[in-house]
Structures are given as structure tokens and as C-alpha cells.
Design a protein around this ligand. Sequence first.
Ligand code: FE2
Length: 374
Amino acid sequence: METLTQTGTELKTDFLPLKGTDFVEFYVGNAKQAAHFYKSAFGFQSLAYAGPETGVKDRVSYVLIQNKVRIVLTTPLNSAHVLNDHIRKHGDGVHSLALWVDDAYDAYEQTIKRGAKSFMEPTTLKDSFGEVSLSGIHTYGDTVHLFVERNNYNGPFMPGYEKWTPEYNPEPVGLLYVDHCVGNVGWNRMNPWVKFYEDVMGFKNILSFDDKDISTEYSALMSKVMSNGNGYVKFPINEPAEGKKKSQVEEYLDFYEGEGVQHIAIATHDIIDTVTKLKNRGIEFLTIPDNYYDDLLSRVGNIDEDIEPLRKLGILVDRDDEGYLLQIFTKPVEDRPTLFYEIIQRKGAKSFGKGNFKALFESIEIEQAKRGNL
Ligand code: FE2
């Protein structure tokens, strides 16, 4: 069953104060084309660039921004580069969930002494715009958390990057900030990773779903939502559960060839407008059976939005004690059925749409079946 645990006033004792998600970095096979996709389809804006022209000889990185969402797309420039290992194994995927801190040295020390495995010792990078300090630890799979301290920096992104000002600049679509990032981990690995986020990073488990909440006829999963002290950073952790057929988490693990980031949820203030624009630009969303909307209001109570545009776009609605939320999920954005996006508009609700799980997972299973993976 679902259990909700309120976080108390733990801020005073928060040994890892986080100010939010700083950026998400993807290792991809062709960053130039990926950047075009995220600009054209998702409305990201060109921010910064690193590559041979800026003195970085072995890789290229494009930094894109939309309000507070910053993504970095990185491609190695030769076959010997270590980044190829990530791309060969996982396809295009998230390598780093970077977190914004006031002190990257302290964040490293605090987490390492609590058992984190080091990815990058603290380093300070400097250029004419100031300095950025970075450090990093490993989390599930080949994914890492970077700690980014940028209070004394006023350049476009960080030293090594130059402002990127191309002529092609499609309009944004209203994406605001990263609401949560979900990790898929292996069988019986959810609780060890929950313990990692508790012990090493001081997170709290604020919500749990067992396989009775999240099972359809075929696939099942379990999930625990981890949140940092101020609630700015939320990482749900999924593991597969036994069902009649293959869990969607298992399909992910098979195709990503390991644990990794399953979806990134991005907030908007106007989901109807944002999703309309995304669809017009070619983003594909999971479709929901039409009858989902027939008794929607009896399930969620009155909402501000008209039902018709929600039905037309396939936007889901759920309510909890504090309000309601609207959400929709893209199909995987790559050829391997791995990473996808959620667009979410919160109107008071702080939960994750449990009431939609059944409709949503049945929709995912239809797609799994088409791929022959159910
Ligand atoms: Fe989500």
C-alpha cells in the first residue's frame, strides 16, 4: 500500500544542503543532432558550448536551458575516449544528475565519509567570469551525482564553456524546472539504494508504493520516493516486481543494460499549452484509453481545466490531500526503450499520480507488446 511520511523540520541538521538540480548531463552518440532535437522539439534554448573551438580537444558538449532546466549533451570525438564505454553499453543516456550546492568540497567530504564512492575529487575551475567548484560521487548503475558550487561565477555555464549563440532559436514551450528524476534499479536493489540516499545523502523516504499499488494484469514494480531535506530534489527509485509478464522496469534494465535514469519529470504552469506545443513539434506521448475521462471528475473532484483538451491530449489527473496534479508521459525518446519524460503541473498535490498508475501502465504495456517485450 501507499504510505506517506511527512518530512519534519530536518533542515537544521541537513549535512548536505541542496539548492536544486543544477543540470542533467547525457552522454550521447551525436551531441549536435541531440541538441537540435532538444531545441526543436522540447524548446530548449542554446546556452553554452565546449569543444575544440574552446580548447577541449577530445569531446564536444552543448548546454541547453529552459527556465531552470539545464541539460548538457556530450559526445566523445575519438574511439579511445572513456565516454564511449557508457554510450556503447547504454546508448544515449543520463550520466550525471548534478546538484547545486553552496560548498562542493563539503558536499564531497560529507558524503564520502558516509560511504559514497568517489567519482571526482573536489576541483575548482577558473576563468575570467569567476570560479566553479565541482566534485562527484557514484550512485546507481553508471550514474553519478556531481556537486556544483557556482556562487562566484557569472559566465554562461562554467569554465571551459563559451556562450553559444546560433541563429536557430525555436521558442520555448514553458518547461520550468526538474520536478523529480526516477531511477530504475535491479531486483531487490530498491532498498539498498534507499538506504544509500538516507545514509550517504541525508534524504528521507517520503512515499512508498508496493506491488499491490503498481501492478496491472502483467507488469508490476515497487517504488520509494526519496527527498532531500528542503524537498527541492526528489528521486523515486523503482525496482521490478513479479507479474504475469515482464515488468516495464525489467524491460528498461535489459535495454539500458543496467540501472539508470528512467524518466525526468519537468514542471510547467500550463500543461495544456506545453503539451500542445510539444505535440506540434513531434513529441510522442503515451495514449490513454478514452474511457479514462468518462468518470474523471467523480474520481478527482472539480478541477480548473476543461476535460475536453485533457482528453484530446491524453493528460492525466490525480488528487491527494493537498490538491491535484496533471501529468503526461512521453514515449521513450530514443530507439532503445529507456529514457522518457514526464510533463507535470502541480496544483497543490505533492504526490506522484498513484491514481493514474493503472491506466498509465496499461498504456506502457501496449507499447511493450508492440516491441515484443511483454
Ligand atoms: Fe514521475
